[in-house]
Design a protein around this ligand. Structure first.
Ligand SMILES: [Cu+2]
Length: 150
């Protein structure tokens, strides 16, 4: 009987040691993984920001329909000098020709397509992403998003 108890004990001891080693290696691997990811982000990886084109629609009491196209999200934030790929998916509206104020960036976001706009600003400020078809409320807008660089 005492022999059996001793055997059980050493089994338990082995199990505990095994668990400690196993969890230590799991911890080590997850740590080194996140370190690698962090280093990549620090050096070369270009951050992605996703945006879609959306539409608000409503009916007035007199039956008249009103609508507004929007960039969603309507405000994005970048660090100065940070490299970002702005990926805009066209959902509502067939085409949205856009400009970004204060830059020479322009293009067209089309329904069902993803437009990638590479961004990098060396000056702080608020830059407006403006749809030229829907720039104000008279033209089913304002379809304006704000790019905040600080
Ligand atoms: Cu538009």
């Amino acid at each position: 009987m005492p022999f059996l108890v001793l055997k059980k004990r050493s089994l338990i001891a082995f199990f505990i040691i095994f668990m400690v080693i196993a969890s230590a290696s799991v911890w080590f691997y997850t740590q080194s993984d996140s370190l690698t990811v962090f280093n990549q982000a620090d050096n070369e990886t270009v951050r992605e920001i996703h945006m879609v084109t959306g539409e608000f629609k409503s009916k007035l009491p007199d039956g008249k329909e009103i609508e507004a196209y929007r960039w969603d999200p309507g405000t994005i934030f970048l660090e100065k000098d940070e490299k970002v790929n702005l990926k805009i998916l066209g959902v509502n509206g067939d085409e949205h020709p856009y400009i970004i104020e204060g830059t020479d960036l322009k293009g067209i976001v089309k329904k069902g397509e993803e437009t990638v706009v590479p961004l990098q600003f060396d000056k702080e400020g608020v830059y407006r992403l403006i749809c030229l078809t829907h720039p104000d409320k008279e033209n089913s807008g304002p379809m304006i998003a704000y790019i905040v660089v600080d």
